[in-house]
Design a protein around this ligand. Sequence first.
Ligand SMILES: [Zn+2]
Length: 182
Amino acid sequence: MSKIPHGLSQILATYGNPTKNAKLDPAWQRDNIVMVDLPYAMRASYTGANTVRKIQFHKLGAQELREILQEIYDFVRVQVKREVGFDLTTPEYDALTARRLREYGLDVFSGSFVYRVMRLSSKLSTHSWGIAIDFDSYRNGLGNHHHCIPMFAVEAFEKRGWVWGGRWKTPDAMHFQRCSGY
Ligand SMILES: [Zn+2]
């Protein structure tokens, strides 16, 4: 497991401070936020964009996020192959994999780097550092215990030390972050 910062002081020491004069610091953003190439295309729930191939993330978590999403994609692909059989053509196989990702809501992108305060407090959201990602905000709303996030996806994040909001007292199942204790 990689070293994941715990608590606000470690988060600030690791990822820097995105705030300057009570606003997002553009210099911090320029130095820390990078684009991550997604291993599979997603759809954006906020903008309605049909195809998202790159998302913004903190440079220290970008490679890990890509690995996690690749692992999720590969898991679903093997799952489809096991269930449907081994005589599929590649286009059929790709389409079934995409459909399964859609059923899980894992292809619905609901935000990564967004400078804002948390919905239930005045603390800065971990999205402000670009160290969090949300999946399918429609079906995994805050406080919803009947979310659609599968446990293999949770494990892909948690085995790298990331934290899943689905375990919180008020569950935020759409949410995964690369820090703990915050
Ligand atoms: Zn979130």
